[in-house]
Write a protein that binds this ligand. Sequence first.
Ligand code: NAG
Ligand code: NAG
Ligand code: NAG
Ligand code: NAG
Ligand code: NAG
Ligand code: NAG
Ligand code: NAG
Ligand code: NAG
Ligand code: NAG
Ligand code: NAG
Length: 761
Amino acid sequence: MVSFATYLFNPSYHLKMAHYLLLWFLASSYLHTSVNSCIDEERRALLTFKEDVTDPSGRLSSWVGLDCCQWKGISCNNITGRVEMMNLQNAYMYTLSAFDGDWDEMEYSSLGGKVNPSLLSLKHLNYLDLSKNDFRGISIPEFFGQIKSLRYLNLSSASFGGEIPPHLGNLPNLNYLDLGEESDYSLLELPSENLNWLSRLSSLKYLNLKGLDLSNTGVNWLNVVNMLPFLVELHLSSCQIQSLPPPGNISLASLLILDVSFNDLKFPFPEWFFNLTNLRKLDLRGNSLSGPFPIEFESLKSLEHLDLSFNSLKGQVPKLRGSFCNLKILNLAQNQFDGGIQELLGGLSSCPNSVLESLDLSSNMLNSQLPASLGMLRNLKFLTLYNNNMNGSIPESLGQLSQLVHLDLSFNPWEGFLTESHFINLTRLKYFAVGRVDPNPILPIPLTFKVSYDWVPPFMLHKINIGYCKVGPAFGVWLQSQTKLLFVKLRATGISDSIPEDWFLKISSQAQYLDLSYNQIHGKLPLQLKFSYALILDLSHNQFHGPLPLWSGDNVVRFKLEMNSFSGPIPWNLDQKFPKLESLYLAENHLNGTIPPSICNMRNLLVLSLRSNQLSGEFPREWSLLPDILILDAAYNNLSGKLPSSMGALGSLFLLKMNNNNLEGEIPLSLENCTSLRNIDLGDNKFTGKIPSWIGLNAPFVSILRLRSNFLSGHIPQELCNLENLHILDLALNRFSGTIPKCLNNVTALKLWNPLHIGLQ
Ligand SMILES: *[C@@H]1O[C@H](CO)[C@@H](O)[C@H](O)[C@H]1NC(C)=O
Ligand SMILES: *[C@@H]1O[C@H](CO)[C@@H](O)[C@H](O)[C@H]1NC(C)=O
Ligand SMILES: *[C@@H]1O[C@H](CO)[C@@H](O)[C@H](O)[C@H]1NC(C)=O
Ligand SMILES: *[C@@H]1O[C@H](CO)[C@@H](O)[C@H](O)[C@H]1NC(C)=O
Ligand SMILES: *[C@@H]1O[C@H](CO)[C@@H](O)[C@H](O)[C@H]1NC(C)=O
Ligand SMILES: *[C@@H]1O[C@H](CO)[C@@H](O)[C@H](O)[C@H]1NC(C)=O
Ligand SMILES: *[C@@H]1O[C@H](CO)[C@@H](O)[C@H](O)[C@H]1NC(C)=O
Ligand SMILES: *[C@@H]1O[C@H](CO)[C@@H](O)[C@H](O)[C@H]1NC(C)=O
Ligand SMILES: *[C@@H]1O[C@H](CO)[C@@H](O)[C@H](O)[C@H]1NC(C)=O
Ligand SMILES: *[C@@H]1O[C@H](CO)[C@@H](O)[C@H](O)[C@H]1NC(C)=O
């Protein structure tokens, strides 16, 4: 504590105060001549440091002028003016988005190059953070070991490489040492001789060695760590630790947080481990733990956070008898626990009051009912039972979990009803999932929503994910009231109502995902809506009618309206509405008119499905503009004229279905460039001429070839026998002459092949 008197009488305080006054009251021209609180020697040291680092994005561009205390990343003691902190962490966040540009971006804002020993002039530097930069495998400078004032050193994910200099052990004041590597692949190695340098860091409170290989150190890392009397937090994730060494005299008395996730630990654990009775957080994710939950864990009575996910634990979910009354977060996901959770809840019920906030039991083999005692977990915020085998009905006591924010009950074969009582006090619920997510098996689960039409729920969800589970027939008030949704999946929920335009309007401004498929929703859709954030819009398999909605969205990649009763033309400007579209499904509607050529401007298009409509006229000539298209299905329409010869440019084409139209002329030779074709159906048209021999020569993967019912003539080419994968060949009802090539008997994959139906005259 610095006394007020010190402030008043310290000259640098006055200088600083004067500086601020100048900032407030004087014209900016004064600033350059204003006094500074930076020590000149330290300023020069920093400039020397700056000269040696690479800085492509100009993060150090503020490092000019006299007052180095104002430079970005630098903090000085506000009394002495000494540089105490250098925080040069690369703040750029790598997001797991689809844009590979992110890596470049992160690289761009990284510092690199060399670390100049000029930093040794910063005699009071106690905080140095170079994390998330890219020093391209250069060694950690040995001189760091001479910055005796250091308390905090963060070199995590900074791509330093080689052996860690044991000189780091010369930092008697160091409290925090972070050498962890977020990507799991550390370029660093421990010094080969021993870890004694580490044991000399006698003030250490925090140590992170994530990603370093501890398996071949030939030393007992545990003994070393055991010599750090103040160690509170130890992170040894992904360190290739095979087992916990057995020595008998481990105390680690001050240790509160232990992260040994993603190693290769197995049970049994040595006895000393269960003496770590002060531990608050234990992370054992992703190890090789198998068998039942060891009862010895009960001695870890202080645990607030226990993570055993991604292991192979079996048997009953642990009872946690009264000894885990401090537990706030329990993660047992991705194991093989079976039975139910009665035991768990029974154990917790012996605590004076439950403080459990997060319970993740997803992806186990739990196979009994959810007990009503669930309701006593009054502080539960996060509950996921995703992907188990829990059956029976869901207890109404669920509705008592008034703190619940995230509830995932999906992928369980529940039965019975979900009623208003189940949600009665869930005022904070933001995420709700139940049912199945994929259509296999397509049967709905026998769980039904039974709420009155005008029920107003207490929650305002951000995500709703219900699949193959009966919600309808009404799109009741409870759904209409959910207008803040970002993610909507109501697939195969038996809704056979119409949806108010207003609801679409409200969610369109924020929704990222909208799937209402496989219901019987009827009515018209609002004609114009802008989905600024949506990636996927799927209204397929319903009974919408009226014209195709002219919706838009700059980020939409999938737009599915198939299997409805839309009529009229395909809008001519879809390309402008959905510039990033990858798949467009309009099949099985009543669309008429011609295919607008502008569809070919959607350069990202992979799938175009127009099957079973009443589209007429010629195929747009501009097909060659679609560089990546894989699936083109325009079967069962009334298209006429010739196939455009430009079609051959579609080298990626996988499936081409144009059957049951009025197409004529020859099968274009240009298709020979479509060397990836698997499935060709041009049957039931008026094609003339010969079967082109390229089918056997240039498209080796063809497995279905259907040219039935055309006016094709000439010989059946021998080259067809080259199609090793040919599975279905239907050439019936044409005007071929000559004989059937005998070699076709040698195409072993050929199953549906009836020589009588080949249509030879
Ligand atoms: C000086 O720094 C200390 C610690 O960072 C802070 O608590 C205090 O408010 C600062 N004083 C002034 C005048 O900025
Ligand atoms: C070190 O930096 C990384 C990345 O910038 C950060 O996530 C981590 O929390 C820091 N370590 C400490 C001990 O503050
Ligand atoms: C155990 O450690 C304590 C202090 O760390 C020490 O005094 C004692 O001698 C050790 N005992 C053995 C058997 O190593
Ligand atoms: C565990 O702690 C108890 C009491 O502190 C001590 O007697 C015992 O030796 C310890 N066991 C091990 C294996 O360290
Ligand atoms: C739930 O599943 C278990 C185990 O498969 C079975 O014994 C039990 O009868 C089922 N209960 C209900 C209500 O279906
Ligand atoms: C719902 O919460 C209120 C206030 O917290 C409480 O009085 C009421 O008993 C709760 N109802 C149920 C069914 O848990
Ligand atoms: C399309 O169908 C509508 C009736 O649904 C009809 O009025 C219109 O003339 C048709 N247009 C074309 C180009 O066939
Ligand atoms: C198909 O198009 C032809 C003209 O190309 C037209 O004569 C015929 O009536 C159309 N058939 C249907 C069912 O629309
Ligand atoms: C087939 O591809 C080749 C090479 O890309 C190109 O030169 C040729 O014009 C294409 N043929 C047709 C008919 O598109
Ligand atoms: C079928 O294959 C066999 C063995 O590969 C070959 O001897 C025979 O000539 C082939 N028959 C025809 C008709 O190509």
